[in-house]
Design a protein around this ligand. Structure first.
Ligand code: ATP
Length: 440
């Protein structure tokens, strides 16, 4: 068995796409009747990595082709298709001649793939491991793409949860022109396929999320839990001619980028699942971004190693940025004292919220009492002396509890499909530890 890993082939301006290059390699491999390609993996790596063009995708092809021949074909395709004219494009190729799920003695490959999804790696980390295992490799530019290529090789062993994406590609002469996709057919197909097929459209924003806006070769990509379902949804979409299509097995929609963490012990460029208590009233700032502070539930004993520059190490600013649209209303509905689990990436010391679970809602607030006879708001009778009614003289010891109307319920809330990161798990997929309030 041979595993071909590739990464970093496209440019932001010129438009290519590593999935397209992987499909082109697979097509070449399949031209030989004796060769079969068992699957194409689309692996989303750490979304916080600064070098990414867009979605930090890396690709692996699992085939029974002879490794030397697979290497030659992949290298030729990369040299001809990768946008190497863009100095920010640094393609990498790694070819391994073992089973994709070989894990003993390849624990280090599994660890590397995990780290590529959740952490930051150096080119030297990749080259050391490539050398250690004697893998064939090639690169152009600074060769950064070997990080993703190697991670894609290790991904099948490292990651346990997989979903599907069916990508339809455009005819090359249409690249860069507006896409002709019938909106109504997309919405109808999305409705038909939901919930097995998700993030096809955003009903709230009236947006066809599956159709990209960038100049590349993709016409649309249909994501879901199951191969037949995504294929069937794609078949229901009416559009310009589809030049080619390909099924990818992916780690999209799995939340594999999240690690359990503690407020006060987070670092930039990583994504977390954090327990906390709302510590400030939500505030809408210029641009429509909504901010709220979270503090450690215990109020201050978290380990502070690696903490980013917050004013208070046990307090973390959380943000729902304008593109998260209606999700911001959920954040605005929070109140000081609510207990949450918050998920997202930490960047510049702020947690960019992807989803949160309400664990406990504050249901009452302390208010100045109302006189039981006159129904007028009472007044303070002086420091520590309770309240008194100015009209009838009725006195009471202190503030009273008033119940609060809340627009939130316990359970998980998420950003809408239009703002979803590729790797983030939509609530509709299930498996969460509390009731869910899915967006679609
Ligand atoms: P494309 O649409 O082409 O797949 P992209 O958004 O996936 O674009 P790339 O052009 O592949 O972005 O650039 C990402 C670069 O960052 C690659 O060179 C990859 O090897 C590298 N990279 C990926 N994950 C990590 C990581 N965890 N640490 C360091 N570098 C990484």
């Amino acid at each position: 068995m041979t595993v071909v890993g590739i990464d970093d082939t496209d440019s932001r301006e010129r438009g290519m796409c590593t999935t397209y290059v992987a499909r082109a390699i697979a097509d070449r491999l399949r031209e030989d009747d004796s060769v079969s390609v068992s699957r194409l993996l689309l692996v989303r790596l750490n979304p916080a990595v600064e070098y990414k063009t867009r979605g930090n995708a890396s690709l692996a092809i699992h085939t029974d082709c002879d490794p030397d021949r697979a290497f030659d074909i992949a290298r030729e395709r990369l040299e001809s298709l990768a946008e190497t004219a863009d100095e920010r494009t640094n393609p990498g190729l790694v070819v391994a001649d073992h089973e994709p799920d070989e894990d003993v003695p390849f624990d280090d490959m599994s660890r590397f793939a995990h780290a590529a999804v959740r952490d930051h790696l150096s080119i030297a980390d990749a080259t050391a491991l490539i050398e250690h295992h004697g893998y064939r490799s090639w690169h152009a530019g600074n060769g950064r793409g070997r990080i993703g290529a190697l991670a894609a090789v290790g991904a099948w062993t490292a990651l346990g949860e997989w979903t599907d994406e069916y990508i339809a590609y455009r005819e090359p002469e249409r690249w860069g022109t507006p896409r002709e996709v019938d909106r109504e057919s997309v919405f109808a197909a999305a409705e038909w396929g939901y919930p097995d097929v998700w993030d096809t459209v955003d009903r709230g924003e009236d947006e066809t999320v599956c159709v990209p806006h960038t100049p590349g070769p993709i016409l649309y990509g249909i994501r879901g839990d199951e191969t037949d379902a995504v294929r069937a949804v794609a078949d229901r979409i009416e559009s310009e001619p589809v030049a080619a299509s390909q099924r990818f097995v992916t780690n999209q929609g799995t939340d594999v980028h999240l690690r359990d963490g503690a407020i006060g012990a987070v670092a930039d460029g990583r994504a977390y699942r954090l327990e906390g208590r709302v510590a400030s009233e939500p505030e809408t700032r210029r641009g429509g971004h909504v901010f709220v502070d979270l503090e450690s539930p215990a109020g201050g004993d978290a380990d502070n190693d690696g903490a980013v520059g917050n004013e208070s190490p046990n307090r973390l600013a959380c943000a729902a940025f304008e593109p998260t649209k209606r999700f911001r209303d959920r954040v605005r509905a929070l109140r000081v004292g609510d207990r949450l689990t918050a998920c997202g990436e930490v960047s510049d010391g702020t947690l960019k919220l992807e989803k949160f679970a309400v664990r406990d809602l504050v249901r009452t607030e302390r208010v100045t009492p109302v006189c039981p006879s006159c129904e007028r708001t009472m007044e303070s009778a002086g420091r520590n002396q309770g309240y008194r009614c100015r009209d009838c003289g009725t006195a009471t010891g202190g503030k009273t509890d008033r119940s609060l109307e809340r627009d939130l319920e316990p359970g998980w809330y998420e950003v809408p499909p239009c703002a979803r990161r590729h790797v983030a798990k939509p609530l509709v997929r299930g498996g969460f530890d509390a009731p869910t309030h899915p967006e679609h």
